[in-house]
Each structure stands twice: as C-alpha cells, then as structure tokens.
Design a protein around this ligand. Structure first.
Ligand code: MN
Length: 128
C-alpha cells in the first residue's frame, strides 16, 4: 500500500503556458508501474480553464467541488456538478475548467497518458 497524504503535496499555480485564468494544481498520487497512473487535483476559479489538448490514453475527471465545464472539439460544452465524472477517449481534443460565474475542483486520473497541449480556449469559446 502506498499512501499519499494531502498535506504532503501543496497546491501550486497551474502552468500559464497550458492554462488560462486562475487555477491551482498538484500531483496527488501516482504509480509508475507497467501502466503509469497519475492523479491530479485541479482547482479552477471563475475564468480558469485548460488550453485545448489531447491525451494519449484515457483521462477521467471526477468532480469533487463546485461546477466544471468540459467540452470536446465540435461538440457543445457540458456542465458537471460535484459527484459527476467523465472520461475522455485517447486523442479526443477537449478542455476543462470552471464555467463562467462559478468555480470548481476536479481530480484528473490519467492512465498511461502523455498530454499534447494545443491552443488556448478563447473568451468566445469559453463563454460559449
Ligand atoms: Mn484533459
């Protein structure tokens, strides 16, 4: 059993080259076995969101607080509440963050994932 204590990994500002607006993140837990798994906690304030991006493996988002907006390229944005979960397929272009007027926190479970960061989500796309 590996234990990952919340207080052992402080939050830090999300990388401004791949996020827009206020967001904080940390690596909460990880396993580097044959199938690497990384679990991140990400807190978004209003306006905070990732850039568009893809993952090479599946990514689950588990909403643990507030509201989260997620959008797949070419589809309408989806609003998620605490307790909801989504999974993105490998290669699916998407973004996630706080909806306009709200804040939200999700855990991201990345399974054997490499992330390719793409262009920022414009204000127009964000306001949807
Ligand atoms: Mn993602």
């Amino acid at each position: 059993m590996d234990i990952f204590r919340n207080q052992d990994s402080p939050m830090h500002p999300a990388d401004a080259t791949s996020f827009t607006g206020p967001a904080r993140t940390k690596l909460l837990a990880s396993s580097e076995n044959a199938t690497p798994v990384h679990v991140y906690r990400v807190e978004f304030d209003e306006g905070g969101r990732t850039n568009w991006h893809t993952h090479s493996g599946p990514q689950w988002l588990l909403v643990v607080g507030g509201r989260i907006r997620a959008q797949v390229w070419g589809q309408a944005p989806v609003e998620l509440d605490a307790g909801d979960a989504v999974v993105f397929a490998p290669g699916e272009k998407h973004w996630h963050g706080a909806p306009p007027g709200a804040r939200g926190t999700h855990l991201a479970v990345n399974v054997n994932v490499k992330t390719d960061w793409l262009e920022p989500v414009t204000e127009e796309q964000y306001r949807g």
